[in-house]
Design a protein around this ligand. Structure first.
Ligand code: ADP
Ligand code: MG
Length: 705
């Protein structure tokens, strides 16, 4: 081995790192000496220790005194084991586990080589410290190496810190990957001890392959050791996941199928139908489902030359009356999205949605950083139900989490920035049970947004906000009813599945690509869809071509121009000019366009993609009555603000002449300005309620002085 690693050793010597180490991939050891490699898996501790020692020797021969460490990495696949299966047999062997990091403690230095001075004779004695829980003192001053031979009763040993070797040490909590857990099972967890150069390498929320040695520790209860043992893990080395969605394996056959499905003319419709097929698409629902399909794929995140990042993930908010299948959509989306997670805004325990610093998570008084839902769904989708009920803390961290997709935490002496590159699908209910119904449609989505009790600026972080109403429409109601009943008949009783009397219908679907719903509509199975999405997100990163860019630019310019023209009329009203559509909307359009191209596995987003993105965008804005972007920020539409300014101006003018104004005068003044009577009424009624105006008699108004 020494010859083979000559060049690495020289590198090691030249690096001057505080923790010099040599990492050898397992396959190199195996090709060099298969027996040795096998032994290493069985007795890693002693072999690695000897290896480190030999390495130290080699360095010393070259004139460098270094605390070198030897590591092995890239363990073979057959040493992989599920965390929950690790037990007696695996203790003290080398295992590799695929896990997600959930908590990381702060760092403490630990003595690994203690030097003691004998108070009787002054001799220095070195004691290697293997146990991380108690400090081991010498039993006596050893005569063999020139000491006085006094026992612990005859002398005292004083710890000499400056010649002792210290090493940083850290605890980490790991958990099995959610997708590897059999349904309903609890994920296996473990505590990992990390030392030396390996500390601070991982953040909560990261997915890693950890190569560890399970060791046992006697459980301590009320200060006494018990015959039961805890397993803790010593970290040998670790590998970051290099390919996104590594956990979803896609065979060549799958790839073939994905490619052929992607060629279908009706692909977007098929995708739409594959989103929660049990939810019957009435009213706005088909568009909602289309936008959800785009959300699954997302746009392309890009890094600017100045290191700033533009998010690619699409955030969607579903506001709606109770019982319009919001929760059901969220549940389904969290299932089809690779790394999807479902959480309820109200009942998230522990780290909540973002992250938390917890004290004493590893029972040694240290602070630890724990990842919440968003960092844990990094690169995936976080479906958050009851978004209106999220805690104050989460609300505050939600803005940056949605835009920068990072969670910055500074608590309990820990500061860290956790990546949270996930798209957010949120559902919110109105605080008063149902959204207020307005006679006219000038009240927009934003008015209803306020009814959820959420802060208005949060709205601007969503690319799309849908308002789903529980409206009574006889024809639709009947179709939904039939759909729900048909779905129920098709579904199999849970008890029958548990008792083995009938097959789980979802397991029958496991290897299928297509399935048919109750209405004989074809849709893609969850399993296939997950593979399709993972494949697209891994391999397709569309750029927007010139024509598509022009389409988006034109839409943007027209939307702004349309506003400017209107605006000229009201120039003399001292209304603050508001921009109809901001750069934020432009970014949303780009993301939707890229997502549509990615859904079709196209590397170039064309005009066609831009058209669809614009259509969906217009749909949620117009259909739901939203007029312009500024409304997203202030909650009042610019147009209605302008109108109310104009009407107020007319009232003042007339009143200053005659002392009062007749409604008919105002109607007449408003007519040439294109303000309908209904809007005049609305402004006046608002001014009456606010006490600005009073009405001495029917149809006549005066200002309150
Ligand atoms: P929400 O979260 O919006 O309050 P849920 O998702 O809990 O609503 O839905 C309530 C019930 O109504 C669910 O059982 C759902 O299946 C049913 N439901 C509502 N709308 C539809 C629809 N369009 N198609 C099928 N089922 C529906
Ligand atoms: Mg619900």
């Amino acid at each position: 081995m020494e010859e083979a690693k000559e060049s690495e050793v020289i590198m090691l010597l030249s690096k001057q790192s505080p923790y010099p180490f040599l990492e050898v991939p397992f396959h190199e050891l195996q090709s060099f000496d298969p027996d040795f490699a096998e032994d290493l898996l069985r007795e890693p501790s002693s072999i690695l220790e000897r290896g480190s020692h030999a390495l130290k020797q080699i360095c010393r021969e070259r004139g460098e005194d270094l605390e070198t460490v030897l590591r092995v990495s890239e363990l073979p696949r057959d040493s992989r084991i599920a965390l929950r299966d690790i037990g007696r047999v695996q203790v003290n062997t080398l295992c590799s586990v695929e896990v997600i990091v959930t908590k990381v403690s702060d760092i403490k230095p630990r003595i690994h080589r203690a030097t003691f001075r004998c108070e009787a004779c002054g001799e220095l004695i070195e004691v290697i410290q293997k146990n991380e829980r108690e400090l081991k003192e010498p039993l006596s001053c050893p005569q063999a190496s020139g000491g006085c031979g006094s026992s612990r009763r005859e002398t005292r040993f004083e710890l000499v810190l400056d010649t002792s070797g210290l090493v940083n040490n850290q605890w980490m909590e790991i958990q099995e990957l959610p997708e590897n857990i059999p349904s309903g099972g609890q994920p296996g967890r473990g505590m990992v001890l990390i030392e030396g150069d390996q500390v601070n390498k991982h953040l909560p929320g990261q997915r890693i392959t950890a190569n560890v040695i399970p060791v046992i520790h006697s459980e301590v209860k009320r200060g006494k050791k018990t015959p039961l043992f805890d397993i803790i893990y010593h970290m040998v080395s670790s590998e970051h996941e290099s390919i996104p969605f590594n956990e979803i394996s896609i065979s060549d056959e799958d790839k073939e199928m994905i490619r052929s499905v992607s060629q279908r003319d009706d692909l977007f419709t098929l995708m739409k139908d594959s989103i929660a097929p049990a939810v019957f698409p009435t009213g706005r629902m088909p568009f909602v489902k289309r936008s959800l399909a785009l959300q699954l794929f997302g746009g392309v995140a890009r890094i600017n030359p100045d290191r700033t990042r533009m998010r690619g993930d699409i955030h969607i908010l579903l506001m709606g009356d109770p019982g319009v299948a919001k929760s059901q959509l969220l549940q389904y989306m969290s299932k089809i999205s690779p790394r999807g997670k479902l959480a309820s805004g109200g009942g998230v325990s522990g780290a909540g949605l973002t992250a938390a610093a917890v004290k004493d998570a590893f029972s040694d008084g240290r602070f630890a950083l724990e990842a919440g839902i968003l960092p844990l769904s990094d690169r995936g989708l976080a479906a958050i139900d009851e978004f209106d009920k999220i805690s104050e803390d989460d609300r505050r961290t939600m803005h940056p989490a949605m835009e920068q997709q990072e969670i910055y935490i500074a608590k309990g002496g820990i500061t860290a920035t956790l990546p949270a590159r996930c798209s957010i699908l949120a559902a919110a209910n109105p605080t008063k049970g149902r959204f207020t119904r307005h006679a006219n449609r000038t009240r927009s989505v934003m008015y209803n947004f306020k009814e959820t009790g959420l802060p208005v600026p949060l709205a601007s972080r969503f690319d799309i906000i849908w308002l789903l109403r529980d409206e009574v429409r006889v024809e639709d109601d009947e179709r939904i009813a039939r759909h729900i009943l048909d779905t129920r008949t098709l579904a199999v009783a849970e008890t029958k599945i548990e008792e083995g009397m009938q097959l789980d219908p979802s397991s029958e679907q496991e290897d299928l690509v297509f399935a048919t719903g109750v209405d004989n509509k074809e849709y893609l199975t969850i399993n296939f869809l997950r593979k399709y999405i993972a494949f697209a997100k891994r391999h397709v990163h569309p750029d927007i071509d010139e024509k598509a860019q022009k389409k988006i630019r034109d839409f943007y310019r027209d939307a702004r121009l349309a506003f400017d023209k209107d605006d000229l009329d009201s120039m003399n009203n001292n209304e603050e000019a508001v921009i109809t559509i901001t750069a934020r909307a432009l970014e949303s359009l780009i993301r939707l366009t890229e997502a549509h191209a990615r859904l079709h596995l196209r590397d170039i987003a064309t005009e066609e993609d831009a058209d669809l993105a614009i259509a969906i965008y217009k749909h949620w804005r117009e259909e739901t009555g939203i007029e312009d972007e500024s409304e997203l920020h202030s909650g009042v539409s610019a147009k209605s603000r302008r109108v109310s300014g104009s009407v107020r101006g007319m009232l003042r003018e007339v009143c200053s002449e005659k002392g009062h104004a007749e409604i008919i005068d105002i109607y007449n003044l408003a007519l040439p300005m294109n303000i309908p009577e209904r809007m005049v009424d609305e402004v006046i009624s608002k001014m009456l309620t606010s006490g600005e105006l009073y009405s001495p008699r029917e149809g006549r108004f005066s200002f309150v002085r």
